[in-house]
Design a protein around this ligand. Structure first.
Ligand SMILES: Nc1ncnc2c1ncn2[C@@H]1O[C@H](COP(=O)(O)OP(=O)(O)OP(=O)(O)O)[C@@H](O)[C@H]1O
Ligand SMILES: [Mg+2]
Length: 317
C-alpha cells in the first residue's frame, strides 16, 4: 500500500493506493475559498493552511481505507515543481512518517503525477501515447513511452492554458478559479460571435498571451451593461480558441496515434468533446490530488533511508 501526499499548490491531499493501482482512499482539501477573494493563490496563506490540514487529511485517508500506518509499504510525496513553502509542508510530513516507520520515501514530480493519473484503475492506460498536459501552471505535449517518465516535445512560451482560463475569467468578472466558471458560462454563449486569435507558434510550442490581450481589448470596448449581455459569447469564443490551440497541437504531434489528456484543464467539457478518441483523465483526477502522486510513486525509484532525510523541495521541475 502506498500513501501519496500532495501539497504543491492550494490543495492539501492524501491518498492510498494498492500495488495494482486501485484507489483505496483519496482525500482532497481545497483552499479555493481561502484564496478566492485575492483572485489567485497567495503562497504564504497556502503554506499555513497546508500545515493545519496535512495531518487531518492523512488521517482521513487512512480512515477511509480502513488502514493503519502499519499497513503502509511506502510514502510518495510531491517534491517539485510548485510553491516552495507549500511543497515543504508535504515533504516534511512524508519524511516524518517514513522515518518513524522506516519506510521507503519516493520523491515524485508533480507533472509525472498528472500523467500517472492515467495508470490508476480502472483506466490503467499502457504507453506509448502522446499526452497533452494542461494545468494551472503548465501546458505541454509529451511523448510517453513507458510509465517511468516522458519526453517533453512542446511547452507554452508564456501562460499555461489553465492560467489563460483563470486570467480570462478575471477579465470577464467571473469567480476564481476561472476554468470551471468559463466552462459553465460558455455553454450559454455563441462561440462564433467574436473572433479570437489562435497563435501560430513555430515548432511544437503554445502561446496564450495574445489571446488574453485580445479578450482584454474586447472587454474594454464594452460598457458594463453591454458586457453583461455579451459575457457568455465572450466566454464561449475565448474557450473555443484555447481548445482549438490545444487540440490542433496534440493531434498534429500524435499523427493518428493514441492521445491522452491530463491536468486541470482536461476537465473542460469542450476539450473533452473535441477529442472523442482520446483517453481522458477521470474528472476527479484532473485537478490536483494525491492518488496520482501515489500512482507515479509506483514507477519511481525510492530514496533509501536515511538519505531521504536530506531530500529538499524545488520550485521548478
Ligand atoms: N472545467 C474546466 N475548464 C477549464 N479549465 C479548468 C476546468 N476545471 C479546472 N480548470 C483549470 O485547471 C487549473 C488547475 O489545474 P491543476 O490543479 O492541475 O493545476 P495546478 O496544480 O495549479 O498547476 P500545475 O499542475 O501546473 O502545477 C486551473 O487553472 C483551473 O482554472
Ligand atoms: Mg497540478
Amino acid at each position: 500500500m502506498i500513501l501519496g501526499i500532495e501539497t504543491s499548490c492550494d490543495e492539501t491531499a492524501a491518498a492510498l493506493i494498492d500495488a495494482d493501482g486501485n484507489i483505496l482512499a483519496s482525500v482532497v482539501a481545497s483552499q479555493d475559498e481561502l484564496h478566492a477573494r485575492f483572485g489567485g493563490v497567495v503562497p504564504e496563506i497556502a503554506s499555513r493552511r497546508h500545515l493545519e490540514l496535512v495531518t487531518p487529511v492523512i488521517r482521513q485517508a487512512l480512515a477511509d481505507a480502513g488502514a493503519r500506518l502499519d499497513d503502509l509499504d511506502a510514502v510518495g510525496v510531491t517534491t517539485q515543481p510548485g510553491l516552495i513553502g507549500a511543497l515543504l509542508v508535504g515533504v516534511s510530513a512524508a519524511k516524518a512518517l517514513a522515518w518513524a516507520r522506516r519506510l521507503p520515501l519516493i520523491s515524485v514530480n508533480h507533472l509525472h503525477g498528472h500523467v500517472a493519473s492515467l495508470y490508476l484503475r480502472p483506466l490503467d492506460l499502457e504507453p506509448p501515447f502522446t499526452c497533452l498536459l494542461a494545468s494551472g501552471g503548465h501546458t505541454m505535449v509529451l511523448d510517453v513511452q513507458d510509465r517511468g517518465g516522458y519526453r517533453v516535445l512542446g511547452t507554452t512560451l508564456d501562460d499555461a492554458a489553465g492560467e489563460a482560463f483563470d486570467k480570462g475569467a478575471r477579465l470577464l468578472g467571473l469567480g476564481y478559479p476561472g476554468g470551471k466558471e468559463i466552462d459553465a458560462l460558455a455553454r450559454q454563449g455563441d462561440p462564433t460571435a467574436y473572433s479570437f486569435p489562435v497563435a501560430r507558434v513555430p515548432g511544437l510550442d503554445f502561446s496564450f498571451s495574445g489571446l488574453k490581450t485580445s479578450l482584454l481589448y474586447k472587454v474594454r470596448d464594452l460598457s458594463p451593461t453591454e458586457l453583461e449581455m455579451r459575457r457568455a459569447d465572450l466566454a464561449a469564443g475565448y474557450q473555443r480558441a484555447i481548445v482549438r490551440a490545444l487540440v490542433g497541437r496534440v493531434e498534429a504531434v500524435a499523427a493518428g496515434g493514441p492521445i491522452a489528456v491530463v491536468g486541470g484543464v482536461a476537465a473542460n467539457s469542450e476539450l473533452r468533446a473535441a477529442l472523442p478518441g482520446a483517453t481522458l483523465a477521470p474528472l476527479s483526477l484532473c485537478t490536483d490530488n494525491a492518488a496520482m502522486i501515489a500512482s507515479a510513486a509506483r514507477y519511481t525509484a525510492p530514496v533509501p533511508y536515511p538519505g531521504y532525510l536530506s531530500l529538499d523541495a524545488r520550485s521548478t521541475a
